[in-house]
Design a protein around this ligand. Structure first.
Ligand code: IVH
Length: 682
């Protein structure tokens, strides 16, 4: 063949194969036999091997996999991958509808109802129409880049043909259909390997495989449920779904536009029955406000959108006998009762333990020893005890009494007014509290000392090498080298030995943690009720640990998001002489306890100001950076244009409706350049 013909043949094969893939995986309507398809693919592979110069970017031959990923790099999401609020009853749905109506003022609300796929969330980024990055949800802010594994999923287009924006992000759910799940589990049990508990776990495990050829064999599938790029001509979520279909994504064909909440309830009733016949798992229905404008008006809470909610179908329920109750002590000293149950199969797993939460729940349920309990598994992983089968109660059974003393250190437990949990007040000497605090300190979102993972902390505490977080910074090579211990992790025995490489990694990790910024150090030291977000706000307000330690109750209350509970907790933390000494030592070791003067990007110049960041920026990461700068400098991010807004930071292609509204309200629309100038001129 002439070169030109080879190139043409490759182009034709790519087009044909893509089209057959689409018919097979997205439309579920194969256009040729498997044999004919394999022939076309084999021809393309052969031509690509002999003529690598003509291999197209994102050729369908990549779908068979073969790339090995030793590690998966992590990447930040362009906007957080949030979760959804859950409802279990129709009346909660009515309440959601009322909240939505109140939030948007006048006007009709339409909803789009979709199936809630029970799989693994994924973000897909297309640059110039080519799939360039696939990122897992991770912690919502950043996830793992698993592009090669995702490319093996036949229903995900590797290229988009028409009318695409230069940068496009879509989000959806990777699932494993029942038939492929059963096949996979059979193969595993035949080989003597443990089967996966359910299709969701199998999908999640498959996406983490290092060999993409193995992933290809699992035959995962994916539904795309949202467009995460602002496109001004799309006014509703339903329009976005149509556009996604035009781009050949697999979109829930059952998604329905509902005129009101009654129609939503009809949809739910219909699917409560029909879901049993689907070829994959769903765990509920998602309803979303259809109008993009109304979505912007409603905005988000810290964790979830106010314009969408999930209705979860009633969970499967089984009974099991209570064997005993364990009391677990966490890092804050809170005591959680956990029921040990006779093993029982429930929704694909064997349940042996279930949380009883606190003394109130035990009282409310009136649990007696030896009772037969109803156990349910909702969306959560940990099963819940929801009721008791009184007909099975022994006549001489006595009621469960909550313990009075700490099961670990025998200190008398206390219970603060207004709080449900009992606490062990022996903060400084109770072993699980000591261990828990250090584990929290080194965790990824805190000081991120990942060389000191699960097991090692326990050994170091047992060996009396550390009992407070500041002890970590005193550890030496000689202290650690040669320690060897057998340790139980997930019921499996593992030998942990501190050899030269391990010890050096640990010491390096500890040293590097001295550069971690103040806001994370504040979160890491583990003040009860001070989470990641409140730590950020506190740091941006006080800037220096001395100012924070001197702050009065009223001064603390001035910080956004700090209420009485957090303020009290901060005061009592810094009043404790033990904590004062820890802070003193950590400062001597060089940890960050103030906002660095060099870092001109942190200030409180935007205190009291509200920002909307809109349109697209050079990269999705850039948009996130701008949003971070708003918050780091004391500003607040909001999602809708209103008269309370201070600035709109506009990138390319800001929606015309937003622009017009901002202009009408006289809100300054500034460029990224103007925004950076505001920070640097400060
Ligand atoms: S919309 C802001 N639609 O459910 C969140 N999510 O709890 C927007 N999910 O992790 C999500 N099916 O992965 C949406 N049709 C659907 C969904 C869906 C499944 C998952 C999603 C997320 C979780 C939310």
């Amino acid at each position: 063949m002439f070169m030109k013909h080879i190139q043409e043949r490759i182009n034709t094969l790519v087009k044909e194969i893509n089209s057959h893939n689409y018919n097979y995986y997205v439309l579920d309507n194969p256009s040729i036999s498997d044999y004919e398809f394999d022939q076309l693919l084999a021809e393309l592979i052969a031509l690509e091997n002999t003529h690598p110069e003509y291999v197209q970017a994102n050729t369908p031959t990549q779908r068979v996999g073969g790339e090995i990923s030793k590690t998966f790099p992590s990447a930040k999401h362009s906007s957080p991958m949030l979760s959804l609020g859950n409802t279990y009853t129709k009346s909660e749905l009515q309440e959601f509808d009322t909240r939505v109506r109140n939030g948007i003022g006048d006007g009709e609300v339409e909803y789009v109802c979709e199936l809630k796929f029970d799989g693994v969330a994924i973000a897909l980024i297309y640059t110039e129409g080519k799939l360039t990055q696939a990122i897992t949800r991770g912690d919502g802010v950043q996830g793992d880049v698993i592009t090669n594994n995702i490319k093996t999923i036949g229903s995900i287009p590797l290229t988009i043909e028409n009318d695409y924006p230069p940068l496009l992000e879509v989000r959806g759910e990777v699932i494993l259909p029942h038939i492929n799940f059963q096949k996979l589990n059979k193969e595993r049990t035949d080989k003597g390997e443990a089967p996966f508990a359910n299709p969701r776990n199998a999908a999640s495990g498959s996406l983490k495989l290092q060999d993409s050829a193995e992933v290809a064999k699992r035959k995962l599938d994916a539904f795309i449920y949202s467009l995460n790029t602002d496109l001004p001509n799309l006014k509703t979520h339903y329009d976005s779904l149509q556009q996604l279909r035009k781009w050949k994504f697999k979109v829930d064909q059952h998604a329905r536009l509902c005129k009101n909440i009654e129609e939503v309830i009809d949809f739910i009733d219909e699917w409560d029955e029909k879901r049993k016949h689907l070829p994959f798992d769903i765990d509920g229905i998602v309803l979303k406000v259809n109008s993009n404008e109304q979505q912007s008006q409603l905005g988000f809470t810290a964790k979830m959108p106010r314009w969408a909610i999930a209705y979860k179908f009633k969970a499967e329920r089984v009974t099991s006998k209570l064997i005993s109750i364990d009391y677990q002590v966490g890092r804050t000293g809170a005591v959680t009762p956990v029921a040990n149950l006779e093993p029982v199969a429930l929704a694909g797993t064997t349940v042996r333990r279930a949380s009883l939460h606190n003394a109130d729940i035990i009282k409310q349920l009136d649990i007696h020893y030896n009772d037969t309990l109803y156990v349910e598994k909702g969306g959560e992983i940990i099963p819940k005890i929801v009721d008791i089968d009184l007909s099975e109660r022994d006549s001489n059974a006595s009621a469960v009494e909550f313990i009075t003393h700490c099961p670990e250190c025998n200190t008398l437990l206390v219970r603060k007014e207004g709080e449900a949990a009992h606490y062990c007040p022996n903060t400084d000497h109770c072993p699980p509290q000591i261990k828990g605090r250090i584990e929290h300190f080194i965790s990824r979102k805190a000081m991120n000392i990942d060389s000191l993972g699960e097991g090692k902390i326990e050994i170091l505490v047992e060996q009396n090498l550390i009992h407070r977080i500041d002890d970590l910074y005193k550890l030496t090579y000689e202290d650690l080298i040669g320690i060897e211990k057998t340790h139980l992790i997930n019921d499996k025995e593992r030998i942990i030995s501190f050899r030269e490489k391990t010890v050096n990694n640990i010491l390096n990790g500890i040293e590097q943690s001295k550069q971690i910024p103040f806001e994370r150090v504040l979160f890491a030291i583990g003040i009860r009720h001070v989470g990641e977000t409140s730590a950020k706000k506190i740091v941006s307000h006080f800037q220096h640990i001395d100012k924070l330690m001197q702050a009065t109750f009223d001064e603390l209350l001035k910080v956004e998001d700090v209420g009485e509970k957090i303020a009290e907790s901060i005061l009592s933390f810094f009043q404790n002489p033990n904590n004062q000494e820890i802070i003193k030592n950590l400062r001597l070791h060089g940890l960050q306890f103030s906002i660095s003067q060099q870092d001109s990007s942190i200030s409180n110049i935007f205190n009291g100001l509200r920002f909307v960041v809109s349109g697209s920026f050079e990269t999705p990461q850039r948009r996130k950076e701008i949003e971070d700068l708003v918050e780091k400098n004391g500003g607040k991010l909001v999602s809708s244009i209103s008269s309370k807004l201070s600035f709109v930071v506009a990138g390319e292609n800001m929606g015309p409706a937003k622009e017009q509204k901002a202009q009408e309200l006289g809100i300054p629309i500034i460029s990224e350049h103007d925004f950076m100038k505001m920070i640097h001129n400060n």
